[in-house]
Each structure stands twice: as C-alpha cells, then as structure tokens.
Design a protein around this ligand. Sequence first.
Ligand SMILES: NC(=O)c1ccc[n+]([C@@H]2O[C@H](COP(=O)([O-])OP(=O)(O)OC[C@H]3O[C@@H](n4cnc5c(N)ncnc54)[C@H](O)[C@@H]3O)[C@@H](O)[C@H]2O)c1
Ligand SMILES: [Zn+2]
Ligand SMILES: [Zn+2]
Length: 379
Amino acid sequence: MRAVVYDGPFKVSVKQVQQPKIQHPNDVIVKVTSTAICGSDLHMYEGRTAATPGIVFGHENMGVIQEVGAGVSKLKVGDRVVMPFNVGCGHCQNCEEQKSAFCTEVNPGFAGGAYGYVAMGPYMGGQAQFLRVPFADFNALKLPPGREHESDFVLLADIFPTGWHGVSLSGFQPGESIVVFGGGPVGLMAAYSAVLRGASEVYVVDRIKERLDKAKSIGAIPINFDDGDAVEQIIRRRKGKEVDRAVDAVGYQAVEKGGNTEKPNAVLESLVRVVRPTGGVGIPGLYVPSDPGAPDEAAKKGHLMFPFGKFFEKGLTMGTGQCNVKKYNRYLRDMIISGRAKPSFVVSHEIKLDEAPVAYEKFDKRVEGYTKVVIHPND
Ligand SMILES: NC(=O)c1ccc[n+]([C@@H]2O[C@H](COP(=O)([O-])OP(=O)(O)OC[C@H]3O[C@@H](n4cnc5c(N)ncnc54)[C@H](O)[C@@H]3O)[C@@H](O)[C@H]2O)c1
Ligand SMILES: [Zn+2]
Ligand SMILES: [Zn+2]
C-alpha cells in the first residue's frame, strides 16, 4: 500500500510500504477514507523530536472496516469508524478510569500510545491506505454509514476532543471568560468548544491572519500578538479585569512577536498573567522532556522557566497532558449528527495522498491559509 513516510527533517514522501495485517484476535484493519495532518506531526517533521526516518505518520484516522480479527465482538466488516489518536488497551487502571491517553499497557515504560508517533509505541500511522487498529472493540467509535459529515467526524480523532479537553483542564464553567493561546486547529477547537459550552467571552491569540479570521467567524475575539503583548491587549479591553480561564494550545515551540524566535515558555508565562486569582489554566499544547533543537541547555531537557511564585500567589490550578479522546468522542459525534456542532469550519484543504509532501511544507510554514489538511488516501 502507499503511505506518508518520514525521511528526515522537513522531508516526507509517499512510498510503498507493507500493508498491515491482523496480528491479534482483537485487531481490525481499516481502509482509511480520511486522515488529517496535525500540528503534533510538525514537531516530528521539523526534526524537533527523536523521530527517526521510516515512520509512517498519521494519528487522526477514520475509515471503513475491511477485516476483523476472530475475537472482535462489536464491529463488523463495512462499519464506518473513527479512532482516537490514543491507542488504549481498555482494561488497565487508567483506561478503566477514562484516562486512555495514559494507558500503561500498550506502550510499556511510557504512559500512553498513539498511531504513527515517535515514542508512542509500535503502531503504524494512518496517512496510508490501510490501518491496523489494536484492541479494536475499545478503540474504534462507530459512525453512521455513508460519507456524510466526513470532514467533521475525522476531527473526532484528535483536535475536537483535544480542544474540548483543554477547556475542561482549565476548570471552565459556563458563563466564564476564557482566552485561548494559539489559533491553530487545536486552539480553534478549544475556542469553539468554549462557545458551545456557554462562555461569556472567548479570546484567541495568534499572529496568523487566516487563523484569527476563523476565530472571529465563530464569535471569538481575535488578538494579534504582533500588535503588542497579548495579555495587556486583553486586560485593556476588559477595563483592567483578567479572564477566568486560559488554555495553551501552542506548546513548546511558541514564538515571540514577529514569529522568528522561539521562546518555549512564552505562553506559560502569559497564562499566569492573564488569569484572575483562583482561576485556572489548561495546557493541551505539547511540552517534551527532551528537545534536541531547544534554544538553551535547560530547555533541551524540558526544564522551562515558569513564574511559580505568581502562580502560587494567585492560587491558580493547572491541568496538562494528552487528551483522553475516548472520554468525549461519542458525545461530540452526537453533537455533529444532531447539527449542534460543525467543527469542519477549521478544515482548509482536502487532498489526495500524493499531495501530502506539499501540504506538509505549506502547513509547516502556516502559509496560504493552510490550517487543517485532510488526506483521502483511497480517492
Ligand atoms: N494534548 C493533546 O492531546 C494534543 C493533541 C493534538 C495537538 N496537541 C498540541 O497542541 C498544539 C497545537 O496544535 P495545532 O495542531 O493547533 O498546531 P499549530 O502549530 O498549527 O498551531 C499553533 C499556533 O500557535 C501559534 N503561536 C505560536 N506562538 C504563539 C504565541 N506565543 N502566542 C500565541 N500563539 C502562538 C502559531 O502561530 C500557530 O498558529 C501543538 O503543540 C500540538 O502538538 C496536543
Ligand atoms: Zn493530532
Ligand atoms: Zn490501558
């Protein structure tokens, strides 16, 4: 089959690879209809992780079941399914407690597994024609048959639940105000979730015009940090008042004004300044324990400067980590089916597999409106 393969920093290509087979009775093989490129893939693409050439990328996958293992009980050939980016076993303590992003069984020695991601276990990615799904009864969510809502449902694999989770991590309650740092796909989904969940005010901070425009289109207030310190802009607009909650949907590759210099703690610092005393911050943006390309020695080990004194003084709370997609995906699916949610507003490009290398390059540069790319590998 054909798949998107990592060749080294800033290079992916579409190659012929071995088609996945059933390896365990609870596996299924899915013929991939849609698979999306994620900001998380860019950390690998840019050589900012320990990823080695040869990985097949793709953790945001959906499709139709092609083959089922003998032990699969809930799924059958022909079912349309979407998979959380997390691979969970379904029966370890964390999986049982709805924390499937921290499954201790699928990737021993590391909390959590995922498809097509460095250090996340031996699970080939789905930017390919076919995908093996382990513990399939647990990991595959059934969807209505057909092609309706395809570009909404594919976002259930990661960014819609992750945005929702980021808002939950901040401790958000309906009626509160919230700021989301990062207007990428995850940030836009966090802002959209906050709107759906009844926020009184939602701010989105970024410097990319197309992304700020999308934020505005869903009723959020865009803040461009190229125009000056984002926290000051927000507090000025609110006549001196801080916000209740803040979400970091940027992570360790945060940049300073102008976009040319990375400052890994830029957003962490802003979160503490922008939130009111006793408020909360949610951090779905990715931070890593080892970053070969970090700007200084401490950051190379994932040690970042954090204003802990202010954080303590204000009595803030913080939630972090990968999203437990399974905790949310069936409810968000039902909001899509009923017409309450249409997260596909974030999708900017739908492409064939062959166009993936170009899409990676443009999405990485955040040019030409590349916000969220969905690949259809079998079209
Ligand atoms: N926790 C999870 O489960 C999970 C899941 C998916 C993605 N992620 C992570 O979430 C983050 C965002 O993902 P994405 O797909 O939206 O990626 P993205 O890279 O497209 O979006 C990041 C955005 O942040 C903006 N930005 C950079 N520095 C900034 C700053 N100082 N202030 C405000 N905005 C700034 C960029 O311009 C960009 O638009 C990544 O770190 C990704 O790895 C986490
Ligand atoms: Zn993702
Ligand atoms: Zn588990």
